[in-house]
Design a protein around this ligand. Structure first.
Ligand code: F0G
Length: 461
């Protein structure tokens, strides 16, 4: 028989987890104003808040930490990272930053400028920090994701794809100088960790070329995207992940990267670019916001560990287990009858909260309510990808109600075992069994003017 995947690693160091009772958790979440970000990590048993910066580094990465060169300028660790990025992604120019949003800040300062009034940035669904950095500059993000992405019951292999007609409409509606770039997020976190096909990357790139628009990857989960291309797209089965990655990046002008995801490090990011001119423009902002060009917000040891992490994340065996474990959780939930986004995403399972808690009104933050229930049930912390995250419209200040109201269960890289997946599925099943009793949600007591989900305070409605 075909052998199943098994973790292509064994465990050398373990980190104990603290268990708690339902009563303790009910009190803690109330004290935390029903905001899962406000919990202390010891109050959480299995933490699925994010797959960002939470992965386990390998022995090779830890060994590289000791080789870290902490020179202010010209550190050998910088060159290790620069050469790895050029070899894997093909970019001759690179700027290190402390994380993904810092890369956005630096690059968007160069591309959009200080005041982007009247400008638009189309793409598939932008991540919230990406949208935040666009809106912070008074520009607007335009979501051109295919419609299939917003129906969790439709099975489509590449729900991260951009709808070319929607994109061309934007190109025709706005002048070229008001479209500083098009961003393709691989995989598309906001639409459910869904991949973009190579064909779509090629088509978007060709359309952008026709209109003279720069194409940028938000590359946080580029390796998982490459894995989906290999297993789902015609003609890529026999290519290695590294070949697919090289081909993906050959179609774009640059990238911003949150290395906390597919770099398998706890902190870090970078900008990769083909254009020397754009690199020089962005360099000025890197020095102002991040640090000197050869460290920009990262230590030498972190840059070394990232160079190794990028190579490990683009290995087939690693990705097969990584994406396989996420799918294992997804299949268990589906078998329990729980509505989940399908096909399963690369880094997380997205629970369709609207179809799960049908009695909670949309004004009462359905996915957040589900997140609170799952936490009380089993000490499992997910995160809301719904109305809280969608924030208010910057023009009307009204709540934006996204098509999808999701509870994201993000799985850290090389972090939890398949037994943890079984525990998570059982906890959510228990909530599902009592779903009809949950008729009330939450209401906002206090919120910030932008990116409110991190600090919002809520009470029971
Ligand atoms: N782009 C994408 C697609 C992301 O998912 C994130 C972060 C960022 C950019 C920003 O990177 O956190 O390093 O500044 N996503 C995390 C998440 C926070 O939980 O999905 P960052």
């Amino acid at each position: 028989m075909k052998l199943p995947y098994a973790e292509p690693f064994r465990i050398k160091v373990v980190e104990p987890l603290r268990t708690s009772t339902k009563e303790e958790r009910a009190k803690w979440i109330e004290d935390a104003h029903f905001n899962l970000f406000n919990l202390r990590s010891e109050q959480v048993f299995i933490d699925l808040l994010t797959d960002s910066g939470t992965g386990s580094m390998s022995s090779h990465q830890w060994a590289e930490m000791m080789l870290g060169d902490e020179s202010y300028a010209g550190a050998s660790s910088f060159y290790k990272l620069k050469e790895t990025i050029e070899e894997l992604l093909g970019f001759p120019y690179m700027l290190p930053t402390h994380q993904g949003r810092a890369a956005e800040n630096v690059l968007f300062s160069a591309i959009i400028g200080k005041d982007g009034t009247g400008k638009v940035v189309p793409g598939n669904s932008h991540f919230d920090t990406t949208k935040g950095h666009i809106e912070f500059r008074n520009a607007r993000a335009i979501d051109c994701t295919i419609d299939e992405a917003f129906d969790t019951t439709i099975d489509h292999p590449f729900k991260g794809n951009i709808d070319l007609e929607k994109l061309e409409k934007v190109f025709k509606q706005y002048d070229r100088e008001n479209i500083p770039m098009c961003i393709i997020t691989v995989t598309c976190n906001t639409s459910g960790g869904q991949p973009v096909s190579m064909q779509n990357i090629k088509d978007v790139s060709a359309l952008c070329k026709k209109y003279g628009i720069t194409v940028i990857f938000d590359a946080a989960r580029f390796a998982e995207n490459a894995y989906f291309i290999k297993i789902r797209e015609e003609g890529y089965q026999d290519k290695t992940i590294k070949e697919i990655v090289r081909e993906m990046f050959s179609h774009v002008d640059g990238c911003t990267m949150s290395a906390k995801k597919d770099g398998i490090v706890n902190m870090g990011g970078f900008i990769g670019l083909n254009s020397k001119e754009l690199y020089e423009k962005a360099s000025v902002f890197n020095i102002v916001f991040e640090g000197y060009l050869t460290y920009g917000g990262m230590t030498g040891r972190d840059m070394g560990a990232l160079a190794v992490g990028l190579k490990e994340a683009t290995e087939y065996d690693y990705l097969e287990q990584r994406v396989g474990q996420v799918a294992y959780l997804g299949r268990m939930l589906r078998d329990y009858g729980i509505p989940v986004q399908e096909p399963f995403g690369g880094h997380a399972i997205f629970v369709d909260a609207k179809r799960f808690l049908t009695k909670v009104p949309k004004e009462e933050f359905i996915a957040q309510t589900l997140g609170v229930e799952l936490y009380i049930e089993g000490g499992v912390r997910g995160v809301e990808i719904g109305t809280l995250l969608a924030d208010r419209d910057p023009d009307t200040r009204e709540n934006r109600y996204p098509d999808l109201e999701l509870l994201r269960l993000a799985i850290g890289r090389r972090l939890y075992t398949d037994s943890h997946m079984e525990y998570i599925a059982a906890a959510l099943k228990n909530v599902y069994d009592r779903r009809d009793e949950i008729t009330k949600g939450l209401k906002i007591v206090k919120e910030a003017p932008i990116m409110r989900h991190f600090t919002v305070e809520l009470e029971r409605a």
